[in-house]
Design a protein around this ligand. Structure first.
Ligand code: NAD
Length: 330
């Protein structure tokens, strides 16, 4: 069995080759993303392994099917970048890694929040310049603040556990409220109420056609002045242009994003010698109260071990038995 990896980085090779000692598949790693320009390179691979910014649309799927590919394995949780209908039509199984160390993402969410509320990113640079003044570094306590969690699945839940340790009040919105969380004092509210009542809003739901741009000028207008918004979920949940306007007029007090709606042109690449053409990201990075990380919330040793383990097991099970628990159903 041959597997072609797209958007692969040295760390993907390290973790997947280690895991492959249990399987003995032939792994081919391509740095480029999967797209019509590369599918011709596929010879007799039966599986492709892709990541968050590989656009696996109908055109790509049709070519993959012609090449004999039977499995699209996402080495991530989200699957908004794959045309599942087309995959079904062409008889290709799509699997993902629904759960891998939700704590990795939850802990990064708290890291972003703590960076913003205590301005450690500014303090780090300042002290290195021998500037030991505190002016401009005034923070705020998390203790007794209200955090609104949108999406209380695995990551949302892990983040709630952490935030509770800081003495925060938790309110939440989810299409399917979690009884265990309710028993433990989490109050579910309507989305509008969450926007109105939260000091801090953290997004942990998947991106779907229904919630695209859920953070926009109308919903931001409902929020408290100086609200903090953290997005470690998917970039398309926030209308970036409208968020920038709300940062300019101080409505948004702090913004932390690990994901960005146009991230596929930027993230996971070293562009330090390039001229960035994306004016929105440049404007975002110019704000002192905005923190951008490049989709690194998942990036821990533990998470990468689990991702490679689950992905390889799923591919193997689909090959042997035709399916696996991690197959994405329509
Ligand atoms: P999950 O499936 O366990 O939980 C998602 C929750 O969101 C579910 O409870 C679901 O009912 C809820 N939900 C679905 N649609 C909703 C909506 N419109 N409004 C409110 N809630 C809604 O998923 P998870 O493992 O907790 O992951 C959450 C998201 O985090 C993923 O979809 C992915 O986009 C993102 N993620 C980001 C990174 C990263 O590195 N930044 C890594 C992994 C996952």
């Amino acid at each position: 069995m041959k597997i072609a990896f797209f958007s692969s980085k040295p760390y993907d090779k390290t973790f997947f080759e280690a895991e492959n000692k249990n399987y003995g598949f032939e792994l081919n790693f391509y740095e480029t993303h999967l797209g019509p320009h590369i599918v011709n390179a596929i010879e007799d691979e039966q599986a492709v392994c892709v990541f968050v910014n590989d656009k696996v649309n109908r055109q790509v799927i049709e070519i993959l099917a012609k090449k004999g590919v039977k499995i699209i394995a996402l080495r991530c949780a989200g699957f908004n970048n794959v045309d599942l209908e087309a995959a079904k039509e062409f008889g290709i199984k799509v699997c993902r890694v629904p759960a891998y160390s939700p704590e990795a993402v939850a802990e990064h969410t708290m890291a972003m929040l703590l960076t913003l509320n205590r301005k450690t990113h500014k303090a780090y640079n300042r002290v290195r310049e021998q500037n030991f003044a505190l002016n401009g570094l005034l923070g705020f306590n998390l203790f007794q603040k209200t955090i609104g969690i949108v999406g209380t699945g695995k990551i949302g839940k892990a983040f709630i556990n952490i935030a509770k340790g800081f003495g925060c009040k938790i309110i939440a919105y989810d299409l399917y409220p979690d009884q265990e969380l309710m028993n433990n004092g989490v109050e579910y509210v309507e989305l509008d109420k969450l926007f109105k009542s939260s000091d801090i809003i953290s997004l942990h739901c998947p991106l779907t056609p229904e919630n695209h741009y859920m953070i926009n000028q109308e919903t931001i207008a409902m929020m408290k002045d100086g609200v903090t918004i953290i997005n470690t979920s998917r970039g398309g949940l926030i209308n970036t242009h409208e968020a920038i306007e709300s940062l300019k007029n101080h409505k948004i007090g702090y913004l932390g994003i690990d994901v960005y709606e146009q991230e596929e042109k930027l993230f996971f690449k070293d562009l330090s010698a390039e001229i960035i053409q994306d004016d929105m990201i440049q404007r975002l990075m110019s704000f002192p109260n905005v923190l951008v990380t490049a989709h690194q919330a998942f990036f821990t040793q533990e998470a990468l071990e689990q991702i490679s383990e689950i992905t390889m097991r799923s591919i193997s099970e689909i090959k042997e038995k035709g399916s696996t628990d991690e197959v994405v159903m329509l």
